[in-house]
Design a protein around this ligand. Structure first.
Ligand code: HC1
Ligand code: SF4
Length: 575
């Protein structure tokens, strides 16, 4: 411990603390802009500068540690003047058209500038523009970029991708795709983590909201929404709703009022995914264990995260044959909605317009895959929206969410089990699959929490279970850098698994790149707790007990991995 004085407060703090953390520990807020704990502590923006007695210059609080006897002043005229100048210089290279910016009201630059009292811009403006393929689901507007480097860091350190790089020098320095290539020519997973870690409006998703408004206004369209598991944890965050108020049923009510014909639940098709993927796993294990020349390799790897699927296809193509052929719940929903359920609901498939509400940017790429189409060639999912886009649609519709009552989701694609709901958090797909695989092998249900060892937040974790005398080795990874380490270890033969779950985003979809943004605050754990509680309290906690899924097999598909199931619910990742 060391003793320091901050703004006259004498305090004892751990010797390895930064000045920023030490100040926060005694309730003194130092403004920051480029800083992100553990990810970006470079002191680049100089907004967090403070005066340290005896030091020649102002020092950045975010990356300088405290020393015994240090005397710090966080709010002197010299400090304020320096912060203002630094922000004014940033604004001289920033397109400050806040009124038409997607991050207006949720922008750290806007807040910092306003808090500092910057009401005029003394420096001449020079704003750099970039060219961009605006059909890609992730958009970069360099006139908004403040070169904080956060996107570079999260992409490199958390996702192990390195899509972004600093280009040019001095006042022309900017961030661009590495090697200045088009974004479509690098291995961008489209996970959207750079968006949720951007403090300003330089990165965002392609906005598809108008397409959905248009479909809802078209009398010939039957607009069917599906709501992803992790959306129910987060959609109310930017709308001032408490977690208790922001139920999936209230979102259902809002979407109906907005013009949806039906509002269904991706949890239903998550249960369907478990039936297919669980059966695929057991088949694969049986064939593998039987041996022989054509015996398939293990582990089987999950396929529901399109960020992960893009990653493995681009970086580790040798493992693609081990990725489950089961489509993701989003895509299974679309395929079923436009076939069997269109019939059940009396809707012509060509009139059905499927919209998914996802915590994800990569789902836009998945929905647009040429393999994810019906017999007519129409996409199974017409539009995949992020949570942020849906929030914008609610605001654009001038709705007050607090004044809407809960409304049950529509049937028959509107009911999911506790197993379906935990898909939205890391380890959830694995746990749901193990619950049903156990039933399929043993003939009776395990305790619902029998596989809770797979829960947790370690980036790469493993567990071993006994499945009727056969040892089942499983692993879970989240964050693509962790996935890369796992695949490297598999490649070296250092580890051996039967089943692997990978989600691209840290925490799984609860930490998805399409979730609401709270700059510098990670809410994945809090959102996971919501999903865990929903599972814990669910009347049915096994995918194989979902009555609507059972009816779907009885009335239409036959059984998991039937010819029809293979045709509609599986895909070829090598295509
Ligand atoms: Fe996900 Fe999934 S859990 S991938 O994170 O398997 O997006 O929530 O919808 O498809 O169910 C996302 C979430 C989501 C799919 C499911
Ligand atoms: Fe999308 Fe979820 Fe995968 Fe992130 S973890 S890319 S939110 S599917």
């Amino acid at each position: 411990m060391v003793t320091i004085t901050i703004d006259g407060n004498v305090c004892e703090v751990p010797a390895n603390m930064t000045i920023l953390e030490a100040a926060a520990s005694v309730g003194i807020k130092i403004p920051t802009l480029c800083y992100l704990k553990d990810l970006n502590e470079v002191g680049g923006c100089r907004v967090c500068v403070v005066e340290v007695e005896g030091a020649e210059h102002l020092v950045a609080a975010c990356n300088n540690t405290v020393l015994d006897g240090m005397v710090v002043h966080t709010n002197t005229p010299k400090v304020r003047a320096a912060r203002m100048t630094n922000v004014e210089l940033l604004l001289s290279q920033h397109d400050s058209s806040c009124t038409s910016c997607v991050r207006s009201g949720n922008c750290t630059l806007q807040t910092v500038a306003n808090d500092l009292g910057i009401y005029r811009l003394p420096y001449k403006k020079h704003v750099e523009h970039n060219s961009w393929d605006r059909t890609f689901p992730l958009i970069r507007d360099n006139e908004k970029c403040i070169r904080c480097l956060r996107c570079i860091q999260v992409c490199e350190k958390v996702q192990g991708l390195g899509v972004w790089d600093l280009t040019n020098r001095a006042s022309h320095a900017s961030v661009d795709v590495r090697g200045r290539k088009p974004i479509t020519e690098v291995d961008c997973a489209a996970c959207g983590q750079c968006i949720t870690h951007c403090p300003v409006g330089a990165l965002r998703e392609r906005d598809d909201t108008e397409r959905v408004f248009d479909a809802m206004a078209d009398p010939n369209k039957v607009v069917m929404f599906q709501i992803a598991p992790a959306v129910r944890t987060s959609w109310g965050e930017e709308l001032g709703l408490s977690r208790e108020e922001a139920t999936v049923e209230r979102l259902c009510s809002l979407l109906h009022a907005m013009g949806a014909s039906y509002v269904f639940d991706t949890d239903f098709s998550a249960d369907l995914t478990i039936m297919e993927e669980g059966s695929e796993l057991l088949h694969r294990i049986a064939e593998h264990d039987a041996g022989g020349e054509d015996a398939p390799a293990l582990p089987l790897m999950t396929s529901c995260c399109p960020g992960w699927v893009r990653y493995v296809k681009a970086r580790y193509p040798q493992f693609v044959p081990q990725v489950s052929t089961s489509k993701s719940p989003q895509q299974m929903f679309g395929a079923m909605a436009k076939t069997h359920y269109a019939d059940v609901l009396g809707v012509e498939a060509k009139d059905a317009f499927c919209v998914s509400v996802m915590p994800c940017v990569a789902k836009k790429t998945e929905a647009a895959l040429p393999t994810m189409v019906g017999e007519s060639g129409d996409p199974d999912v017409d539009v995949a929206l992020t949570v942020r886009e849906v929030v914008r649609m609610i605001r654009a519709s001038h709705m007050d969410p607090a004044s809407y009552e809960d409304r049950e989701l529509d049937r028959p694609l509107g009911f999911g089990t506790g197993a379906g709901v935990i898909f939205g958090t890391t380890g959830g797909v694995m746990e749901a699959a193990l619950r049903s695989a156990y039933f399929l092998v043993v003939g009776e249900n395990p305790a619902p929490d029998a596989f809770k060892e797979v829960r947790g937040c370690d980036g790469w974790r493993e567990a071993v279970f006994d499945l009727n005398g056969r040892e089942l080795r499983v692993a879970i990874a989240h964050g693509l850098a962790n996935a890369g380490k796992l695949l490297d270890a598999l490649e070296r033969g250092a580890v051996h698994y039967d089943f692997v779950e990978v989600m691209a985003c840290p925490g799984g979809c609860v930490g998805g790149g399409g979730q609401p943004i709270h700059d510098g605050v990670e809410l994945a754990d809090e959102r996971t707790a919501v999903l865990r509680a929903l599972d814990h309290d669910a009347q049915i906690r096994f995918s194989h007990e979902n009555p609507d899924v059972a009816a779907c097999y009885r009335d239409f598909l036959g059984e998991p991995l039937s010819e029809l199931s293979e045709k509609l619910l599986h895909t070829d990742h090598t295509a």
